[in-house]
Design a protein around this ligand. Structure first.
Ligand code: PLP
Length: 358
């Protein structure tokens, strides 16, 4: 049995229900999540960040040194200050405070860890809640603590809608600016393309990041070529285009399932902590408020461990964020599959114990 590094959270029955449904309540559900009406849908989180930077004339940004790789392109030309991460795999709040508060901050909640954004209230903050949708800090939902909150609905997230994003902000002028942007809609033909790919992924063992057809490539290990190609195709179709009504239907149908996915992965994380703490070569980041979209472990040589796990039929993920300093925590991270069932998880735990048995 092959265990992919991450399964798709969309099920075939959800796709079918969404095809038959006409309920496009997603925006209202997001408003309830935000606790106010300042929410709009937009083509993608990356383009929303670009718009925000232009709208607020941001020239300089401060962010964790270990961050989402896709930012590289959109932050080109800006002056950037990177702050180091600590063993919680987040940047301590204090280090943000030490940098000039007039510089805008771009803060992602990594790996589902919920970052205390609200403690930085004197800064202009773009809060990227993409990886921690559904998380809560101090009674506030992720995405609602900064000046601008973003939740991407692109592939592999709990609220995976094959693209699109939500922008949360109390600045009605900025939201109006986004709403006024002339964007094409994803056509029904393009949508069928995306859907067929999803259905293919679901049935060719159901999973993204390592289908039956992709794992021989993964064994050759050249940075996961097939998932990357699929990713490019999705980006090409959805880039700069408004969400299709079908995506709103799918989002509305899927909404109530998200807490269940989060609870499931929190349970998996607990079991990993209990079962892996006896392996001295593995360091587990401290337990924290997290929605566990990923489960990162720290090892000396993540690439080697990834290869050894693959031989045992388990895919894992080398961190996709950049790291700007040598010997920091980022270089030691490997994400092990956490969107798994109990039997699969037992197999992963057994494999890790076998690999590290001296
Ligand atoms: C933290 C974070 N921000 C943004 C994105 C990209 O979002 P979009 O594809 O909507 O631009 C991702 C996608 O993986 C992400 O993990």
């Amino acid at each position: 049995m092959f265990i992919p590094r991450q399964k798709s959270y969309i099920s075939a029955s959800e796709i079918l229900q969404a095809v038959l449904s006409s309920d496009q309540n997603l925006l209202n559900l997001l408003k309830i999540y935000a606790g106010h009406d300042g929410v709009t849908l937009f083509p993608s989180a990356r383009t929303a960040i670009e718009e925000a930077l232009r709208f607020y004339n941001v020239k300089e940004i401060v962010m964790p040194e270990h961050t989402y790789g896709g930012y590289a392109a959109i932050l080109k030309g800006l002056k950037k200050t990177y702050l180091p991460i600590d063993n919680t795999l987040n940047t301590p709040v204090q280090s943000f405070k030490e940098v000039n508060p007039n510089i805008a901050a771009l803060i992602p909640h990594h790996y589902g860890n919920v970052y205390p954004v609200s403690k930085l209230s004197n800064r202009f903050i773009i809060e990227d809640a993409t990886q921690a949708f559904g998380g809560v800090y101090d009674g506030q939902h992720t995405g609602t603590m900064g000046n601008i909150g973003l939740i991407s609905f692109s592939r592999g997230k709990y609220q995976d809608l094959m693209g699109g994003c939500a922008v949360i902000s109390k600045d009605s002028k900025f939201l109006e600016h986004l709403r006024q942007k002339e964007c094409k809609k994803i056509s029904t033909l393009e949508l069928s393309h995306l859907l067929l790919t999803y259905i293919y992924l679901l049935f060719s063992s159901g999973k993204i990041g390592g289908t039956l057809t992709t794992w021989p490539f993964l064994l050759l290990q050249k940075d996961d070529p097939v998932p990357n190609l699929i990713e490019q195709m999705f980006t090409k179709i959805t880039k700069g285009k408004h969400m299709h009504p079908f995506q709103l239907q799918l989002g509305t149908i899927r909404w109530k399932k998200i807490p269940k996915h989060i609870r499931n992965q929190q349970e998996r994380a607990k079991l990993y902590r209990r079962s892996l703490q006896s392996i001295p070569q593995i360091t587990l980041p401290p337990a924290q408020e997290s929605v566990y979209l990923y489960f990162p472990i720290l090892v000396d040589n993540p690439k080697l461990l990834k290869r050894k796990l693959l031989i045992k039929g388990i895919d894992s993920k080398i961190d996709f964020h950049f790291s700007y300093r040598k010997n920091n925590y980022a270089n030691r991270i490997l994400h092990i599959p956490v969107s798994v069932n109990y039997t699969e998880q037992k197999q992963i735990i057994r494999a890790l114990h076998e690999i590290y048995r001296i």
